[in-house]
Design a protein around this ligand. Structure first.
Ligand SMILES: Cc1ncc(COP(=O)(O)O)c(C=O)c1O
Length: 473
């Protein structure tokens, strides 16, 4: 392979999915032939792959490094691949014939009815390998290939999780050590901060605007730490699409710059992206996974926002070595997410195919876009002069800064509640929840348009009362 050809492919790596694939194949070939990485891709990253060249051990904390396979769960994985005719005197599974369910069927919004066959019912009622239901895993690989460019599944893996949250918690618990630095957006998803907080980390907070996290700030923070010989972060947490609570989408160009920084400073990106299909853009944004030539992205997807949060299904995609450690953690925690949920999702994906799925995503997207527009109109009518905001470009949230209020704690937890209207206070999304925050998060997902109108009018009333009481104090 001539260097010129390689350079050409790499320089175009963010352009098409086909080229992404060629990069991975090239990178793999280089690793296999034990060639030291010499070329640069358009993000400026050296082409290495932590799976083949590096087993990921630099990133693992002690617990993850010590995690060994659970022998019986490993056998369960093998057993799942054997024909049904194999005589199983080995595993400690219950007999599904003793269970009270005789049949399971479900109806879709399109009117289609899906009935599980006897064989599928038996799978739905039984334990599964910890990685997930094999047929669903294959479908998910097709989905990732379609939306994020063809992946090299020899070096990447997928773990089915109980929502994106479980993938996130397993990632955090695999990498973080007490007191470690970690990059987080400000504000950030509260349950992500809670996960990190348990490690008493050194939070490196990066502010956001309408186009996502501010890259210059991240660059300066990393540069300064390096110059000052401070410990460098191994992990960066980002919630790129329809961020909770900020409502923004990280611009593709910023993502490329961030990915470049991650390569430069050897950082893993936790791409927590449950709102990916709820973006209000012309086309889906480029994911970090689609740019990942170095195996340093763990992408966390979720069915919660587009299929059902009650299914508790998500999936983590990343380097095989990372996914393997997460699988080992799964072997010792919940064993695996619900088999019934996994088979329901599988049947739905088979029934609809990618095209049907896309149609459904469009329906959901349209619904939230209309709700967003209604919310924006209500906010403009009632809150002009009282608050500042930007238009959410995805997700379910509007992030609002109240003018003249240093802290929204009393406004939300007292004045608004007295009016029977609920908002999330800004402090809940900060790394230091004790600090005052002038923000509130407004959700436009479940409230009806009438409730939105009424709720925002009540908010305006509450803000005025709050400002008045501050002046008279
Ligand atoms: C940013 C973010 N990440 C993860 C989750 C968890 O979602 P899941 O239901 O997939 O676990 C949520 C849910 O609100 C979220 O907003």
């Amino acid at each position: 392979m001539k260097t010129k050809t390689i350079k050409y492919c790499l320089a175009s790596c963010a352009v098409t999915n086909k080229l992404h694939f060629s990069i991975r194949v090239l990178s793999q070939m280089r690793c296999l032939s034990k060639t030291v990485s010499v070329v640069k891709c358009s993000t400026g990253c050296s082409v290495r792959n932590y799976v083949t060249e590096n087993d990921g051990s630099y990133f693992f904390n002690k617990m993850a490094a010590n995690r060994k396979p659970s022998e019986l769960r490993e056998i369960a994985t093998l057993v799942a691949k054997l024909p049904a005719s194999a005589i199983n005197l080995g595993v400690g599974y219950p007999d599904v014939n003793t269970f009270p369910f005789n049949g399971i069927s479900f109806e879709l919004v399109t009117g289609e009815c899906i009935k599980l066959s006897d064989k599928e019912l038996a799978v739905a009622l039984q334990y599964l390998p910890s990685l997930g239901y094999n047929l669903l895993l294959n479908k998910l690989k097709e989905i990732q290939d379609y939306f994020h460019g063809p992946q090299d599944w020899n070096t990447r893996g997928i773990l089915i999780t109980c929502g994106a949250q479980e993938g996130l918690s397993k990632s955090v618990d695999m990498f973080m050590q007490h007191g470690d630095p970690v990059i987080v957006p400000q504000p950030a998803y509260a349950q992500a901060l809670d996960l990190f907080r348990a490690y008493e980390p050194d939070f490196i907070r990066i502010s956001q605007d309408a186009n996502g996290v501010v890259v210059d700030e991240m660059q300066n923070a990393l540069k300064t730490r390096k110059l000052n010989n401070q410990p460098m972060p191994k992990v960066m947490y980002l919630n790129p699409t329809g961020s909770n609570p900020a409502g923004n989408v990280i611009a593709d160009s910023r993502k490329r710059e961030i990915y470049q920084l991650a390569c430069q400073y050897n950082i893993v990106i936790l791409e927590d992206d449950p709102y990916y299909f709820l973006n209000f853009l012309e086309k889906n944004p480029a994911s970090f996974l689609s740019m990942d030539t170095e195996g340093r992205v763990i992408r966390l997807d979720s069915f919660s926002k587009v299929m059902s949060s009650g299914l508790r299904l998500g999936f983590a995609t990343g380097s095989a070595s990372f996914i393997r450690k997460m699988e080992l953690a799964m072997q010792n925690s919940s064993l695996h997410p619900s088999s019934l949920s996994q088979i329901m999702a599988y049947k739905l994906l088979v029934q609809w195919g990618i095209e049907g799925l896309k149609l459904h995503f469009e329906r959901v997207k349209k619904y939230y876009r209309q709700k967003r527009d209604h919310m924006l109109r209500a906010v403009e009518q009632n809150l002009s002069g009282l608050a500042e905001w930007y238009e959410p470009t995805g997700g379910m949230f509007l992030w609002l800064k109240i003018k003249g209020l240093e802290d929204t704690r009393h406004l939300v937890t007292s004045t608004c509640l007295a009016k029977m209207v609920i908002f999330a206070p800004g402090f809940a999304f900060a790394t230091d929840t004790k600090k005052p925050s002038p923000y509130i998060r407004i959700s436009y997902s479940v409230a009806s348009t009438e409730e939105i109108d009424k709720g925002i009018a009540l908010l305006a009333e509450a803000i005025r009362e709050e400002l008045k009481s501050i002046k008279t104090q």
